[in-house]
Design a binder for this molecule. Structure first.
Ligand SMILES: Cc1cc2nc3c(=O)[nH]c(=O)nc-3n(C[C@H](O)[C@H](O)[C@H](O)COP(=O)(O)O)c2cc1C
Length: 309
């Protein structure tokens, strides 16, 4: 019985890794991930220049989830080129760069810059909901198609997507990406432009974007799971892998994402609140689920969700 998996041709010793965003911005945080039980080191989404991000308060946890509008605070892509080099010198653990340029040209430039580095894969974030004045690229299929057409990457390329809430949208999206060199999709980014009002103040709980921000944590799990299941249906005859992310707090949640068709999962909000121990806990809990159900491997259950007849 083991939790290993292969994502975009990269062997991982567990199907559980961190999501881009929480606790993966500084070299120290990335080094903590390196020695953790996260199966890979997913780095913070980077832009051309370093960014302080949006004004605070910009991240608030509450029962069932969290809302945030971080605004991509990061050290700029050149720092992550350097961090990847430093990390790889001490361990072979796979490293994934997350690219979130503020324009198509920025994305092309940063993806190009990561080609001659030790990163094992690149996740292109087409779904940040928290940059004032910037729409989420993946909601514009024409713009997505145009961008993908121009990307040349020798590294496996994944797309981080926002929730798509209709099977027709998912089918259109998949028809587009199967025309391009996409190795995996990561589903889903936080649910964008939500509003949470603080009953004590009658004001939004976060400051940026008039109080609108991305929702994450356990309350978004059914949305993420639905997206994984819809994409699994649309992509099952292709080589494109699915990473599930959204609301994973327990080993049983990971198991649900595997059943729905994920090859691996990422942990965001639970990692933000629980820190490094979350990875060993989730691995243990998933092993427990596998033992109870007599499941030998991730491969044997991936996408095997049984529907009512
Ligand atoms: C504080 C915070 C920062 C985030 N920053 C990023 C980011 O830089 N890039 C990205 O692709 N997703 C980012 N996300 C989204 C997460 O990677 C993840 O898709 C989302 O939170 C859902 O997963 P969860 O419910 O496990 O948190 C961020 C989420 C949080 C909570």
């Amino acid at each position: 019985m083991n939790l290993s998996t292969t994502l975009a041709g990269i062997p991982l010793n567990s199907c559980i890794l961190n999501a881009s965003g929480p606790r993966d911005t500084t070299l120290e945080e990335l080094q903590a991930l390196q020695t953790s039980e996260s199966a890979a080191i997913m780095m913070k989404s980077c832009t051309i220049d370093s960014r302080p991000g949006n004004p605070e308060p910009r991240y608030v946890e509450f029962t069932g989830g969290a809302q945030q509008s971080m605004g991509l605070p990061n050290h700029g892509y050149q720092a992550y080129l350097e961090y990847a080099q430093i990390l790889k010198e001490t361990s072979p653990k796979p490293i994934v760069a997350s690219v979130s340029g503020l324009s198509p040209e920025d994305n092309l430039h940063i993806i190009q810059a990561f080609q001659d580095t030790p990163v094992d894969a690149i996740e292109l974030n087409l779904s940040c909901p928290n940059i004032p004045g910037k729409p989420q690229t993946a909601y514009d299929l024409t713009a997505t198609d145009r961008l993908l057409e121009q990307i040349q990457s020798t590294k496996p390329l994944g797309l981080k997507l926002p929730p798509l809430l209709d099977p027709a949208l998912v089918r259109d999206f998949c028809s587009c990406i199967t025309q391009h060199q996409v190795s995996f999709v990561t589903l889903i980014n936080s649910v964008g432009n939500t509003l949470v009002i603080d009953p004590a103040t009658d004001r939004p709980i976060i400051k940026p974007k008039h109080g609108l921000g991305g929702l994450s944590g356990s309350m978004i799990k059914p949305i993420a799971l639905g997206n994984v299941w819809m994409f699994h249906e649309a992509l099952k005859d292709t080589q494109i892998d699915i990473i599930g992310v959204g609301g994973i707090s327990f080993g049983r949640d990971v198991y649900d994402f595997l059943l729905a068709g994920a090859t691996a999962v990422q942990i965001g909000t639970a990692y933000q609140s629980e820190n490094i121990p979350v990875f060993s806990r989730l691995n243990q809990e998933l092993l427990q689920v596998f033992a109870e159900k007599k499941i030998a491997s991730v491969d044997t259950i991936r996408g095997t969700l049984q529907e009512y007849q």
